[in-house]
Each structure stands twice: as structure tokens, then as C-alpha cells.
Ligand binder design. Structure first.
Ligand code: ADP
Ligand code: MG
Length: 224
């Protein structure tokens, strides 16, 4: 589904040139659960940004379902991003004073009618075990519950791929493992491809495959 070929990302600033990704080759099949590990500065976020069509590589190819992403216009790439990907972040990125249900409805705002939207949002909250909290605001929810709202928000558009950058980074280890169990369910039950960044091995090993980056290179690629 996803193919990276000889992919390189170079950041140039006045002071220096950083090779954030060095000729990466990576194939990710549909329905795979993949963790990306590596120390701070190893290129994890750079790789996620390119995978999610938020940034372009400096050279090399990125194919999604055979489609060459670099051949697309900015508009086409933005549309592809909206159709294919859901995003989850370490800091949840929820809006204060807005209920869980309203947050999850947001991505559907101009797409479908009010009644269907509420139903779909409630279903997404149900799939993360949070339907009984749907009228709560973020400040009435625990960190783990807030991250579940963020996962429901990423799910509501029926993405093929969820990209999660350190989704358990702000959570204690038990809560982090609960979040990982949800991702695993999404892979197993819904067949969603989940690509997740973490620097903790016990979190990474919820996935079926773990790759490790170092200095912009993939230094290991293991089945769990
Ligand atoms: P990680 O997520 O693994 O911590 P990043 O992908 O954020 O690593 O960064 C990889 C390398 O690229 C680091 O050396 C970082 O300083 C550099 N880098 C990241 N983003 C930029 C940027 N916008 N401009 C310049 N250098 C950057
Ligand atoms: Mg990072």
C-alpha cells in the first residue's frame, strides 16, 4: 500500500544542512500495525510528516496504492491526505469547552447532515469505549480518555491509515497500554493500517512490526 524508495529529506538552514532521512526504503502493506522507534532527532517525525503528505521528500519516491505522491498538486495532495489518513498526536489537540461528541463531529462538518453526523461521531466514540462520556469537555476527562476522543476524531472519516506520533508520550504506562490495545483492535477488527511513533519498547511491541531509525537510517526491521 505504501512504498518509499530511496527517500531522502534534507533540511537546509543558514547555519547547517541536516540529513533527516537518508535513502530510506520501506514497504508497508494494508492492515499492518507498524511501530517506528528511535532516539530523539533520528527522523521519526520527519518520516511521519512525509507519510501523512504534510511535507515533501527532498528526493526519492513515495507511492500510495501505486500513486506517485510527488506528481500531485498541493490541492490533490491535501485531498488525498483528508481521504486516506487520520492523525493522532501526543498532545491530543482537542478544543477546550467543546464536548467529546462535538470534537468528533468536526471533521464531518461540511460533509454530511447534522443527524448522520451525530450518529457517526457517537459510533466512533463507541469504538474507543467512550460513548458514556460523549457530553464531557476535555477538562472533565482523564489524559487517556482525551486521547480516546482524539482517536475517535481520527476514525470518523473512515481513514485507511492512522498516523500517530508518540500517542502515549503524555500518559502513564498502564494508560498507554490501554491506548495501544485500542489501536490493535482497530487493526484487527477494522483492518486499518496503523503507523505509530514511540520511544518505548513495551509500547512499540503492541505492533506486529517494529522498525528502528538512527540518524535518518532504518537500522532494524523486526516482526514481533
Ligand atoms: P525525531 O522525531 O526522531 O525526534 P525529527 O524528524 O523531528 O526527529 O528530526 C530529525 C532531524 O531533523 C533532527 O536533527 C532535527 O533537528 C532536524 N529537523 C527537523 N525538523 C527540522 C526543520 N524544520 N528544519 C531544520 N531541521 C529540522
Ligand atoms: Mg518527533
Amino acid at each position: 500500500m505504501i512504498e518509499l524508495k530511496n527517500l531522502t529529506k534534507i533540511y537546509k538552514t543558514d547555519a547547517e544542512t541536516v540529513n533527516a532521512l537518508n535513502s530510506i526504503d520501506l514497504d508497508i502493506s494494508s492492515g499492518q500495525f507498524l511501530s517506528i522507534m528511535g532516539q530523539s532527532g533520528s527522523g521519526k517525525t520527519t518520516l511521519m510528516n512525509i507519510l501523512g503528505c504534510l511535507d515533501n521528500p527532498s528526493s526519492g519516491k513515495y507511492l500510495i496504492n501505486g500513486l506517485d505522491v510527488s506528481s500531485l498538486s498541493d490541492d490533490q495532495r491535501a485531498r488525498l491526505r483528508g481521504e486516506l489518513f487520520g492523525f493522532v498526536f501526543q498532545s491530543y489537540n482537542l478544543i477546550p469547552r467543546m464536548s467529546a461528541l462535538e470534537q468528533v463531529e468536526l471533521p464531518l462538518m461540511y460533509q454530511i447532515e447534522n443527524k448522520d453526523r451525530k450518529l457517526k461521531a457517537a459510533q466512533a466514540l463507541e469504538s474507543v469505549g467512550l460513548v458514556d462520556r460523549m457530553h464531557f469537555n476535555p477538562n472533565q476527562l482523564s489524559g487517556g480518555q482525551q486521547q480516546r476522543v482524539a482517536i475517535a476524531r481520527s476514525l470518523v472519516v473512515d481513514p485507511q491509515v492512522i498516523l500517530a506520533d508518540e500517542p502515549t508520550g503524555a500518559l502513564d504506562s498502564n494508560t498507554g497500554e490501554e491506548i495501544m490495545a485500542i489501536f490493535r483492535e482497530l487493526v484487527e477488527i477494522k483492518g486499518i493500517t496503523v503507523i505509530l511513533v514511540t520511544h518505548e519498547l513495551h509500547i512499540a511491541e503492541f505492533a506486529s512490526r517494529v522498525i528502528t531509525l538512527k540518524d535518518g537510517l532504518i537500522i532494524s526491521d523486526k516482526k514481533v
